[in-house]
Ligand binder design. Structure first.
Ligand SMILES: Cc1cc2nc3c(=O)[nH]c(=O)nc-3n(C[C@H](O)[C@H](O)[C@H](O)COP(=O)(O)O)c2cc1C
Length: 187
């Protein structure tokens, strides 16, 4: 039951996904299932200056986003939860409205229907009303909205320190114990 589905959509913030995948890889017994949207592939090229292979190499299982028959498309496939990191405004809107037009949005839909943790990590700024409304609707359906806005009370010195703050919040929400980032009063 330590399968974690990681969805990457076409928002800025791919390094957050890389940090999460690298951390999940270090946690014993966790099996990651990764799905990238077509939009994500474009942003990965822009932000990492690399092919998606550098990211997919960090996951245990990689699924094609067009394969809506993959195991993670079914509620009968047990998982601990799903994280969409980063979550684009488009994917957020689809999840909020129950649109399951690719494997990522289908897996997110399944996590809502099965009442399993679904964590959405949007990065847009500023947020227009449609995205704010979509966040409320997704939260009402059971998703957790975890904006990619790291705190500074742990006195980050490096970009990995900032990424780690978000990764730690995701791990906490999934109930996975791993010390990725100092907690309040620990820094
Ligand atoms: C370099 C780059 C950065 C982008 N950053 C964002 C972003 O931060 N947030 C967002 O909602 N969309 C962003 N977009 C636009 C989305 O990629 C686009 O709307 C896409 O259709 C989203 O589809 P998806 O959710 O299926 O990946 C970005 C696009 C590019 C090329």
């Amino acid at each position: 039951m330590n399968r974690v589905v990681v969805g990457i959509s076409g928002a800025s913030g791919v390094p957050y996904a890389a940090d999460l995948l690298e951390t999940l890889r270090r946690i014993e017994g966790v099996e990651t299932h990764l799905v990238l949207t077509q939009g994500a592939k474009r942003v990965i090229a822009e932000e990492l200056g690399a092919s998606p292979k550098q990211l997919t190499a960090l996951a245990d299982v990689v699924h094609d986003d067009r394969d809506v028959g993959a195991p993670i498309a079914s509620g009968s496939f047990p998982t601990r939860g799903m994280v969409v990191i980063p979550c684009s405004a488009t994917t957020l809107a689809k999840v909020a409205h129950g649109l399951a037009d690719n494997l990522l949005t289908r897996a997110a839909y399944v996590h809502l229907k099965e009442r399993r943790p679904l964590i959405l990590v949007p990065r847009e700024a500023p947020l227009p009303l449609p995205s704010l409304r979509a966040m409320v609707q997704a939260a009402e359906a059971g998703a957790v909205i975890l904006p990619a806005s790291p705190g500074f009370y742990h006195k980050p010195q490096t970009i990995p320190d900032l990424l780690g703050f978000i990764t730690q919040r995701v791990l906490d929400l999934l109930g996975l114990e791993y010390p990725r980032s100092p907690r309040w009063k620990e820094a």
